[in-house]
Design a protein around this ligand. Structure first.
Ligand code: ASP
Length: 322
Protein backbone atom coordinates (compact mmCIF):
# COMPACT_ATOMS: atom_id res chain seq x y z
CA UNK A 1 0.00 0.00 0.00
CA UNK A 2 1.29 3.46 -0.89
CA UNK A 3 2.24 5.94 1.85
CA UNK A 4 0.70 9.38 1.45
CA UNK A 5 1.56 12.39 3.60
CA UNK A 6 -1.18 15.01 4.03
CA UNK A 7 0.15 18.47 4.82
CA UNK A 8 -2.64 20.71 6.09
CA UNK A 9 -2.48 24.46 5.45
CA UNK A 10 -6.08 25.32 6.43
CA UNK A 11 -8.88 26.87 4.38
CA UNK A 12 -12.51 25.94 4.06
CA UNK A 13 -11.73 22.24 3.95
CA UNK A 14 -10.79 22.77 7.61
CA UNK A 15 -13.59 25.29 8.13
CA UNK A 16 -16.34 25.17 10.75
CA UNK A 17 -19.49 27.23 11.12
CA UNK A 18 -23.21 27.14 11.72
CA UNK A 19 -24.50 23.57 11.28
CA UNK A 20 -25.65 22.99 7.71
CA UNK A 21 -24.77 26.44 6.33
CA UNK A 22 -22.12 27.18 3.71
CA UNK A 23 -21.85 30.95 3.75
CA UNK A 24 -20.82 31.86 7.32
CA UNK A 25 -17.91 29.95 8.79
CA UNK A 26 -14.32 30.26 9.86
CA UNK A 27 -11.68 28.62 7.67
CA UNK A 28 -8.73 26.80 9.24
CA UNK A 29 -10.43 25.35 12.35
CA UNK A 30 -10.35 21.55 12.06
CA UNK A 31 -7.07 19.73 12.63
CA UNK A 32 -5.51 17.55 9.96
CA UNK A 33 -6.51 14.45 11.94
CA UNK A 34 -10.15 15.63 12.14
CA UNK A 35 -10.14 16.16 8.38
CA UNK A 36 -8.68 12.71 7.73
CA UNK A 37 -11.14 11.09 10.14
CA UNK A 38 -14.06 12.67 8.24
CA UNK A 39 -13.26 10.64 5.09
CA UNK A 40 -14.75 7.15 5.18
CA UNK A 41 -12.60 4.56 3.40
CA UNK A 42 -9.48 6.74 3.12
CA UNK A 43 -7.51 4.00 4.88
CA UNK A 44 -8.29 1.64 1.99
CA UNK A 45 -6.66 3.99 -0.53
CA UNK A 46 -3.29 4.43 1.15
CA UNK A 47 -1.44 4.47 4.41
CA UNK A 48 -2.23 8.08 5.27
CA UNK A 49 -0.30 10.29 7.66
CA UNK A 50 -1.19 13.89 8.53
CA UNK A 51 0.98 16.85 9.40
CA UNK A 52 -0.35 20.23 10.50
CA UNK A 53 1.72 22.72 8.51
CA UNK A 54 -0.50 25.76 9.22
CA UNK A 55 -4.20 26.27 9.92
CA UNK A 56 -5.27 29.51 8.31
CA UNK A 57 -7.40 31.08 5.58
CA UNK A 58 -5.30 30.89 2.43
CA UNK A 59 -5.39 34.68 2.05
CA UNK A 60 -2.91 34.78 4.94
CA UNK A 61 -0.34 32.50 3.31
CA UNK A 62 2.99 34.33 2.89
CA UNK A 63 5.96 33.91 0.57
CA UNK A 64 7.87 32.52 3.55
CA UNK A 65 5.12 29.91 4.09
CA UNK A 66 5.46 28.88 0.44
CA UNK A 67 9.21 28.46 0.77
CA UNK A 68 8.81 26.45 3.98
CA UNK A 69 6.16 24.24 2.40
CA UNK A 70 8.31 23.47 -0.64
CA UNK A 71 11.31 22.74 1.59
CA UNK A 72 9.19 20.50 3.82
CA UNK A 73 8.01 18.48 0.81
CA UNK A 74 11.56 18.32 -0.55
CA UNK A 75 12.80 17.01 2.80
CA UNK A 76 9.98 14.44 3.17
CA UNK A 77 10.33 13.33 -0.46
CA UNK A 78 13.68 11.79 0.47
CA UNK A 79 11.89 9.55 2.98
CA UNK A 80 9.73 6.48 2.52
CA UNK A 81 6.67 8.44 1.34
CA UNK A 82 5.09 7.86 -2.08
CA UNK A 83 3.09 11.03 -2.53
CA UNK A 84 1.81 14.23 -0.97
CA UNK A 85 -1.53 15.92 -0.54
CA UNK A 86 -1.67 19.57 0.53
CA UNK A 87 -5.03 20.69 1.96
CA UNK A 88 -5.37 24.41 1.31
CA UNK A 89 -7.86 27.26 1.15
CA UNK A 90 -9.16 27.76 -2.36
CA UNK A 91 -8.68 31.55 -2.57
CA UNK A 92 -4.95 31.34 -3.26
CA UNK A 93 -4.68 27.61 -3.92
CA UNK A 94 -3.55 28.12 -7.52
CA UNK A 95 -0.66 30.35 -6.40
CA UNK A 96 0.63 27.79 -3.91
CA UNK A 97 0.14 24.96 -6.40
CA UNK A 98 2.09 26.82 -9.12
CA UNK A 99 4.84 27.77 -6.66
CA UNK A 100 5.21 24.12 -5.63
CA UNK A 101 5.12 23.08 -9.30
CA UNK A 102 8.23 25.22 -9.82
CA UNK A 103 10.09 24.38 -6.62
CA UNK A 104 9.49 20.81 -5.45
CA UNK A 105 12.29 18.54 -6.55
CA UNK A 106 10.55 15.22 -6.82
CA UNK A 107 8.65 13.14 -9.34
CA UNK A 108 6.42 11.87 -6.56
CA UNK A 109 2.84 13.13 -6.91
CA UNK A 110 1.99 16.36 -5.11
CA UNK A 111 -1.75 17.06 -5.13
CA UNK A 112 -3.28 20.27 -3.78
CA UNK A 113 -6.89 20.12 -2.65
CA UNK A 114 -9.48 22.28 -0.93
CA UNK A 115 -13.21 22.61 -0.66
CA UNK A 116 -15.87 25.24 -1.16
CA UNK A 117 -18.12 24.22 1.70
CA UNK A 118 -16.92 24.03 5.28
CA UNK A 119 -16.81 20.68 7.08
CA UNK A 120 -20.01 21.59 8.97
CA UNK A 121 -22.13 22.33 5.86
CA UNK A 122 -24.80 20.09 4.35
CA UNK A 123 -23.07 18.02 1.65
CA UNK A 124 -19.63 19.31 2.54
CA UNK A 125 -17.39 18.72 -0.49
CA UNK A 126 -14.14 18.46 1.49
CA UNK A 127 -14.30 14.74 2.35
CA UNK A 128 -14.88 13.65 -1.27
CA UNK A 129 -12.25 16.06 -2.59
CA UNK A 130 -9.72 14.76 -0.06
CA UNK A 131 -10.64 11.15 -0.80
CA UNK A 132 -9.99 11.77 -4.50
CA UNK A 133 -6.81 13.74 -3.82
CA UNK A 134 -5.39 10.78 -1.87
CA UNK A 135 -6.48 8.37 -4.62
CA UNK A 136 -4.71 10.60 -7.15
CA UNK A 137 -1.53 11.01 -5.08
CA UNK A 138 -1.39 7.21 -4.67
CA UNK A 139 -1.86 6.53 -8.38
CA UNK A 140 1.09 5.55 -10.60
CA UNK A 141 -0.22 7.72 -13.44
CA UNK A 142 0.26 10.85 -11.31
CA UNK A 143 4.02 10.27 -11.01
CA UNK A 144 6.03 12.88 -12.93
CA UNK A 145 3.00 14.96 -13.94
CA UNK A 146 3.97 18.01 -11.87
CA UNK A 147 1.83 19.43 -9.12
CA UNK A 148 -1.86 18.68 -9.61
CA UNK A 149 -5.09 20.08 -8.21
CA UNK A 150 -7.84 17.60 -7.31
CA UNK A 151 -11.23 19.28 -7.19
CA UNK A 152 -14.82 18.27 -7.75
CA UNK A 153 -14.13 15.08 -9.74
CA UNK A 154 -11.45 16.75 -11.89
CA UNK A 155 -7.67 16.75 -12.12
CA UNK A 156 -6.41 20.23 -12.99
CA UNK A 157 -2.80 21.30 -13.66
CA UNK A 158 -1.12 23.58 -11.14
CA UNK A 159 0.08 25.86 -13.94
CA UNK A 160 -3.04 25.66 -16.04
CA UNK A 161 -5.78 25.66 -13.42
CA UNK A 162 -7.47 28.51 -11.64
CA UNK A 163 -10.33 29.21 -9.31
CA UNK A 164 -13.28 30.10 -11.52
CA UNK A 165 -16.16 30.44 -9.09
CA UNK A 166 -16.60 32.24 -5.78
CA UNK A 167 -18.90 29.68 -4.14
CA UNK A 168 -19.95 26.78 -6.37
CA UNK A 169 -18.31 23.45 -5.63
CA UNK A 170 -17.08 23.00 -9.20
CA UNK A 171 -14.62 25.81 -8.59
CA UNK A 172 -11.42 24.86 -10.44
CA UNK A 173 -10.78 24.55 -14.13
CA UNK A 174 -8.08 25.05 -16.73
CA UNK A 175 -10.42 27.06 -18.98
CA UNK A 176 -8.82 26.89 -22.49
CA UNK A 177 -6.50 24.12 -21.23
CA UNK A 178 -9.34 22.02 -19.90
CA UNK A 179 -8.77 19.44 -17.21
CA UNK A 180 -5.98 16.87 -17.07
CA UNK A 181 -8.46 14.16 -16.23
CA UNK A 182 -11.30 12.92 -14.13
CA UNK A 183 -11.72 11.43 -10.69
CA UNK A 184 -14.69 9.15 -10.21
CA UNK A 185 -14.75 7.81 -6.68
CA UNK A 186 -11.14 6.58 -6.39
CA UNK A 187 -10.76 5.94 -10.13
CA UNK A 188 -8.19 8.14 -11.86
CA UNK A 189 -8.47 8.87 -15.59
CA UNK A 190 -5.80 11.09 -17.19
CA UNK A 191 -6.55 12.61 -20.59
CA UNK A 192 -4.02 15.44 -20.72
CA UNK A 193 -0.86 16.86 -19.15
CA UNK A 194 1.26 20.00 -19.06
CA UNK A 195 3.71 20.79 -21.85
CA UNK A 196 5.67 23.14 -19.58
CA UNK A 197 8.71 22.26 -17.46
CA UNK A 198 8.06 21.63 -13.78
CA UNK A 199 9.39 20.15 -10.52
CA UNK A 200 12.70 18.31 -11.16
CA UNK A 201 13.19 20.14 -14.48
CA UNK A 202 13.14 23.72 -13.18
CA UNK A 203 16.13 25.89 -12.29
CA UNK A 204 14.63 27.19 -9.05
CA UNK A 205 16.09 26.27 -5.68
CA UNK A 206 14.44 27.62 -2.53
CA UNK A 207 16.44 25.56 -0.04
CA UNK A 208 18.49 28.56 1.16
CA UNK A 209 15.77 31.22 0.87
CA UNK A 210 13.91 32.83 3.75
CA UNK A 211 11.75 35.18 1.67
CA UNK A 212 10.96 36.07 -1.94
CA UNK A 213 11.56 39.34 -3.80
CA UNK A 214 8.66 41.73 -3.53
CA UNK A 215 6.47 41.95 -6.64
CA UNK A 216 3.19 43.87 -6.82
CA UNK A 217 0.26 43.61 -9.21
CA UNK A 218 -1.42 46.74 -10.63
CA UNK A 219 -4.99 46.14 -11.87
CA UNK A 220 -5.98 48.34 -14.78
CA UNK A 221 -9.52 49.66 -15.12
CA UNK A 222 -11.15 52.67 -16.77
CA UNK A 223 -9.76 55.89 -15.32
CA UNK A 224 -7.17 53.94 -13.29
CA UNK A 225 -5.02 56.25 -11.17
CA UNK A 226 -1.38 56.32 -12.34
CA UNK A 227 -0.20 56.86 -8.76
CA UNK A 228 -0.79 53.19 -7.99
CA UNK A 229 2.02 52.45 -10.45
CA UNK A 230 4.38 54.81 -8.60
CA UNK A 231 3.65 53.07 -5.34
CA UNK A 232 4.17 49.54 -6.61
CA UNK A 233 7.17 50.46 -8.76
CA UNK A 234 8.89 52.13 -5.83
CA UNK A 235 8.14 49.39 -3.30
CA UNK A 236 8.68 46.29 -5.43
CA UNK A 237 11.54 44.79 -7.38
CA UNK A 238 9.24 44.29 -10.34
CA UNK A 239 5.63 44.87 -11.32
CA UNK A 240 2.90 42.77 -12.91
CA UNK A 241 0.25 44.66 -14.88
CA UNK A 242 -3.19 43.04 -14.92
CA UNK A 243 -4.13 44.78 -18.13
CA UNK A 244 -7.36 44.83 -20.09
CA UNK A 245 -7.69 42.37 -22.98
CA UNK A 246 -4.28 41.50 -24.45
CA UNK A 247 -2.47 43.39 -21.66
CA UNK A 248 -3.87 46.80 -22.56
CA UNK A 249 -3.82 49.96 -20.43
CA UNK A 250 -4.40 53.67 -20.96
CA UNK A 251 -1.86 56.03 -22.57
CA UNK A 252 -1.28 57.57 -19.15
CA UNK A 253 -0.37 54.21 -17.64
CA UNK A 254 1.88 53.39 -20.58
CA UNK A 255 3.71 56.73 -20.36
CA UNK A 256 4.08 56.52 -16.61
CA UNK A 257 5.87 53.18 -16.86
CA UNK A 258 7.96 54.12 -19.90
CA UNK A 259 9.25 57.27 -18.19
CA UNK A 260 10.61 55.41 -15.14
CA UNK A 261 14.38 56.00 -15.03
CA UNK A 262 15.19 52.84 -13.11
CA UNK A 263 14.27 49.97 -15.41
CA UNK A 264 12.57 47.13 -13.58
CA UNK A 265 10.86 44.08 -15.08
CA UNK A 266 7.28 44.87 -16.10
CA UNK A 267 5.23 41.77 -16.79
CA UNK A 268 2.24 42.34 -18.98
CA UNK A 269 -0.76 40.14 -18.13
CA UNK A 270 -4.47 40.18 -18.62
CA UNK A 271 -7.23 40.59 -16.07
CA UNK A 272 -9.28 38.19 -18.23
CA UNK A 273 -7.49 35.07 -16.97
CA UNK A 274 -7.83 33.28 -20.28
CA UNK A 275 -6.03 33.48 -23.63
CA UNK A 276 -2.48 34.62 -24.47
CA UNK A 277 -0.80 37.96 -23.79
CA UNK A 278 1.63 38.55 -26.64
CA UNK A 279 4.89 40.46 -26.98
CA UNK A 280 4.50 43.80 -28.72
CA UNK A 281 7.20 44.53 -31.31
CA UNK A 282 7.76 48.07 -29.99
CA UNK A 283 7.85 47.19 -26.28
CA UNK A 284 10.92 48.32 -24.34
CA UNK A 285 13.24 45.47 -23.30
CA UNK A 286 12.02 45.48 -19.67
CA UNK A 287 8.49 44.56 -20.84
CA UNK A 288 7.88 40.83 -20.55
CA UNK A 289 4.71 39.25 -21.84
CA UNK A 290 3.12 36.71 -19.53
CA UNK A 291 1.84 34.41 -22.28
CA UNK A 292 -0.86 32.28 -20.69
CA UNK A 293 -0.12 32.99 -17.02
CA UNK A 294 -2.73 34.96 -15.14
CA UNK A 295 -1.49 37.91 -13.03
CA UNK A 296 -1.29 36.03 -9.72
CA UNK A 297 0.70 33.19 -11.28
CA UNK A 298 2.91 35.58 -13.27
CA UNK A 299 3.75 37.20 -9.95
CA UNK A 300 4.86 33.85 -8.49
CA UNK A 301 7.09 33.10 -11.48
CA UNK A 302 8.49 36.62 -11.45
CA UNK A 303 9.37 36.31 -7.76
CA UNK A 304 11.22 33.05 -8.44
CA UNK A 305 12.87 34.47 -11.58
CA UNK A 306 14.22 37.37 -9.52
CA UNK A 307 15.91 34.92 -7.13
CA UNK A 308 18.10 33.94 -10.11
CA UNK A 309 18.54 37.01 -12.29
CA UNK A 310 17.63 40.62 -13.03
CA UNK A 311 18.33 40.25 -16.73
CA UNK A 312 15.19 41.04 -18.76
CA UNK A 313 15.97 38.57 -21.57
CA UNK A 314 16.55 35.81 -19.04
CA UNK A 315 13.27 36.56 -17.28
CA UNK A 316 11.50 36.50 -20.64
CA UNK A 317 13.07 33.08 -21.32
CA UNK A 318 11.72 31.84 -17.99
CA UNK A 319 8.23 33.07 -18.89
CA UNK A 320 8.50 31.14 -22.14
CA UNK A 321 9.77 28.02 -20.34
CA UNK A 322 7.49 27.70 -17.32
N1 ASP B 1 -11.32 31.81 2.47
C1 ASP B 1 -11.06 30.42 2.21
C2 ASP B 1 -9.57 30.22 2.02
O1 ASP B 1 -9.05 30.38 0.96
C3 ASP B 1 -11.81 29.97 1.04
C4 ASP B 1 -11.72 28.51 0.75
O2 ASP B 1 -10.90 27.76 1.27
O3 ASP B 1 -12.52 28.07 -0.08
O4 ASP B 1 -8.93 29.89 2.94
Amino acid sequence: MKKIMILAVGGTIAGKGQAGKSAEYKPGQASVQEIIDSVPGIEKLAEVQGKQFLNTASDNVTSKNLIDLANEINKLAKEDIDGFVVTHGTDTLEETAYFLNLTVKTNKPVVVVGSMRPATAISADGPMNLYQAVALAAHDDAVGKGVLIAFSDSIVGAREGQKINTFRTDAFDGRDFGVFGYLHDDNVYFINQSTKKHTVDTEFDVSELTDLPKVGIAYFHLDADVKILDYIYKNSEAIVIAGAGNGGASKDWGMKLKKKKEKKPIVSCSRIGNGYVSKRAKSPENYINSGTLNPQKARILLQLALTKTKDFAEILRMFQTY
